[in-house]
Design a protein around this ligand. Structure first.
Ligand code: FO1
Length: 318
């Protein structure tokens, strides 16, 4: 390991894109802790969407337009599954399925999810490590006017249409950070909360018993912790975070998100569009850093990562 570790917490697409910028600077010094509460069984295979979104993004093969899945993937298996009467609303590409087949086989032989995921990362030649937040099963359930829904039923099948009335992370009480996550937090030189959904992507990670304590212990050792706002101008760049914040009683703004993180971060990074919120964020006891956070392309992702690392005084390997 060339130098200290930077630990990023990430969920889906937004967090994956910042992780890509961080990997460009840090290589094997980056560990990305990912949410596993979106994981699901499809056609008898274990799918880990947030891990896989970060995996494909760090490998540079993700579907650029969508953020998940593999660019140029085909869907012959999905089409044939439909012919056998299987549901096809959760679309799995042929190349994506290869990962689910290999990972499910490893799990059946007794491997931990972390071990199966690290093996896939090595196969794809990743420099950074992607660490599932826990190896115990955790599943997000979403309360709507149609009752409790499994996460992918809400997110994909219902296209995030229902208003979210409450969230549940089933299994969270029995979950613990993996040994790999605990070690990464112990050796962290900086911790970065990515611009992912604070409620259903970062929320489950922070809800793992012991996770907040691990972050607090790092801070007590002087490790800087920063969060990047996923909300810009009151809107989420992608996904339902803005509506979910509102329907669950939070302010749908960078300030609303800062309030959720105020007890675990030293710095809150917000977009120039929200500069006016900086004084109220600083009133929370958090330093507000205003920069251009919209990561349109690889260059801007690396730039945001560079800014955040400079802010955290962690000089990139480059
Ligand atoms: N999102 C969709 O909106 N439609 C899909 O059909 C879909 C399939 C899919 C397959 C594998 C995978 O890793 C992710 C997939 N996603 C799909 C995205 C996924 O629902 C979200 O990325 C996360 O669960 C939310 O962060």
């Amino acid at each position: 390991m060339a130098g200290p570790t930077v630990v990023a917490l990430a969920g889906g697409v937004g967090g994956a894109r910042l992780a890509e910028g961080l990997q460009a600077h840090l290589g094997s010094r980056l560990a990305v802790v990912v949410n596993t509460a979106d994981d699901c069984d499809r056609h008898g295979l274990r799918v880990m969407p947030d891990h896989d979104t970060v995996l494909y993004t760090l490998a540079g093969v993700e579907q650029a337009a969508l953020g998940w899945g593999i660019e140029g993937d085909t869907h012959a298996v999905m089409d044939q599954l439909g012919a056998y009467g299987e549901p096809t609303w959760f679309s799995l590409g042929d190349r994506d399925l290869a990962l689910h087949i290999v990972r499910t086989a490893a799990l059946r032989k007794g491997a931990r999810p972390t071990e199966a995921c690290l093996a896939a990362q090595r196969s794809l030649g990743l420099a950074a490590r992607i660490l599932p937040m826990t190896d115990e099963p955790v599943a997000t359930a979403v309360a709507t006017d149609d009752g409790w829904l499994e996460f992918q039923e809400y997110f994909v099948h219902r296209r995030q249409a229902p208003e979210v009335r409450a969230l549940r992370f089933d299994g969270i009480e029995a979950a613990r950070p993996t040994p790999e996550v605990a070690a990464a937090l112990d050796e962290a030189a900086a911790i970065i909360v990515g611009p992912s959904n604070p409620l259903v992507s970062i929320g489950p990670i922070l809800a793992v018993p012991g996770m907040r304590e691990g972050i607090a212990a790092a801070r007590a050792r002087g490790v800087p912790v920063a969060a990047v706002s996923p909300i810009i101008g009151g809107r989420a760049l992608k996904g339902p975070a803005d509506r979910m914040l509102a329907s669950l009683g939070h302010e749908s703004s960078a300030l609303g998100v800062a309030r959720l993180y105020a007890d675990i971060v030293d710095v809150f990074v917000l977009d120039a569009a929200d500069a006016a919120l900086a004084p109220e964020i600083e009133a929370l006891g958090v330093r507000a850093l205003v920069i251009d956070t919209v990561m349109g392309d690889d260059a801007s992702r690396a730039l945001l990562a560079d800014e955040v690392l400079r802010l955290l005084n962690v000089v990139g390997a480059a």
